[in-house]
Design a protein around this ligand. Structure first.
Ligand SMILES: Nc1ncnc2c1ncn2[C@@H]1O[C@H](COP(=O)(O)OP(=O)(O)OP(=O)(O)O)[C@@H](O)[C@H]1O
Length: 287
C-alpha cells in the first residue's frame, strides 16, 4: 500500500506508511529463527568485531546466518569481513543481502554507497526510517540466526530495532575492562530489560593479553571484572575474549580474523560463545 501525495505534477512522490514498513519487516523476518542484538554502552569495545566473528563461528558450525549492520554512521561490518568492493543489489524479491565469508548474508549501509569513505549525514528520524525500510525491503529468506550489530549507546537505531522486531530473542552486551564502569553497563542492561528483550549475557572483550612466548597473562586494560558484573546483573558471562594484535593485522591485510586464525585463543573464545548460544536456543546440529 502506498499513497501519492499530490503537490504540483512535477513534485509528486509516493510514500509508504511506516506501519506498512514495520509489518513488511516482521513478515520478511518471520522465517528467521533467532534474532539477536549486540550492543554496548560505549564505543570502541569491539562490538562490531564480536558480531562479525560470532556470525562466522555460527556459520562454520553449519547454521544459516544473516548479519545486519545497524550502525548507519559507522558501518564497518563489511570492512571487518573483508568484503571490499562488494555491493547490495536489488532483485524482483527486494534488496538481496550480499554474501559474505562462509555464505553469511550481510546487509550494511556501507554496501550501498558508491564509496565507503562517503559519510552519511542523517539525523535520527532519517536513520530510523532507513533501518525500518531496510528491514522491510531486504529479502532475508530463511535463517537460523540474525545478528544485529547496533551502534554504541542506546539511541535511535537501537530504539527502532527493538520497536520494529518485537520478537527479538535476546541481547548480548559487549564490554571491555577499561570501560567496565558499572554505570555504562547498567545503562545498556536497563535498555534491554526495559524494552522487554531477554538479556542473554555479557561478553568481555579485550579481557587480557597472553604472552605467546611465556604464556604469562597481563590485564593490559585493567582488572577483569566480567564475572562480578554478570553476577551483579544476574546474567551470564558468555565469553572472555583476549587482546590479540593479529586482529588488527588481519584487518589491515583484508582477511577475516576468525577464518585466518581459527586456532587463536580469541577465535576459540568466539567459538565457545557461538556454542553457548546454540545451547541457549537448544538448536539442533545442522545436517
Ligand atoms: N580482542 C581484541 N584484540 C585486539 N583488537 C581488537 C579486539 N577486539 C576488537 N579489536 C580492535 O579494536 C577496534 C575497535 O573494534 P570495533 O570496531 O569492533 O569496536 P566497536 O565497539 O564496534 O566500535 P564502534 O564504537 O565504532 O561501534 C578495531 O580496530 C578492532 O579490530
Amino acid at each position: 500500500m502506498s499513497y501519492n501525495i499530490s503537490r504540483s505534477p512535477t513534485q509528486q512522490r509516493t510514500y509508504t506508511p511506516i506501519f506498512k514498513l514495520i509489518n513488511d519487516a516482521r513478515e520478511r523476518l518471520s522465517k528467521t529463527k533467532h534474532k539477536i542484538i549486540v550492543l554496548s554502552g560505549k564505543g570502541g569495545v569491539g562490538k562490531t568485531f564480536v558480531s562479525a566473528m560470532l556470525s562466522l563461528a555460527l556459520a562454520s558450525e553449519g547454521y544459516r546466518v544473516a548479519l545486519f549492520d545497524a550502525d548507519i554512521h559507522g558501518s564497518s561490518i563489511p570492512t571487518v569481513l573483508a568484503m571490499h568492493g562488494m555491493r547490495l543489489y536489488a532483485s524482483e524479491n527486494g534488496i538481496e543481502p550480499t554474501p559474505g565469508p562462509l555464505g553469511i548474508k550481510v546487509v550494511a549501509t556501507n554496501l550501498m554507497l558508491d564509496s565507503p569513505d562517503l559519510p552519511i549525514i542523517w539525523r535520527g528520524p532519517l536513520k530510523s526510517k532507513a533501518i525500518t525500510e531496510l528491514l522491510a525491503k531486504v529479502n532475508w529468506g530463511e535463517n537460523d540466526f540474525l545478528i544485529i550489530d547496533l551502534p554504541p549507546g542506546t539511541g535511535d537505531e537501537a530504539i527502532t530495532i527493538v520497536q520494529t522486531i518485537k520478537d527479538l530473542d535476546g541481547a548480548i552486551i559487549v564490554t571491555a575492562p577499561s570501560i567496565l564502569s558499572e554505570v555504562i553497563v547498567a545503562k545498556a542492561i536497563n535498555f534491554v530489560v526495559n524494552n522487554g528483550v531477554k538479556l542473554l549475557g555479557i561478553v568481555e572483550n579485550m579481557s587480557y593479553f597472553k604472552c605467546p612466548k611465556c604464556g604469562s597473562v597481563y590485564y593490559l586494560l585493567g582488572k577483569s571484572t566480567g564475572e562480578e558484573l554478570a553476577k551483579k546483573y544476574n546474567t551470564k558471562l558468555l565469553a572472555k575474549i583476549p587482546l590479540d594484535p593479529y586482529i588488527g593485522e588481519a584487518l589491515d591485510r583484508g582477511v577475516p580474523y576468525y577464518i585466518e586464525y581459527p586456532d587463536a585463543e580469541a577465535s576459540k573464545a568466539i567459538r565457545e560463545l557461538a556454542r553457548k548460544l546454540i545451547e541457549i536456543f537448544q538448536e539442533k546440529t545442522p545436517e
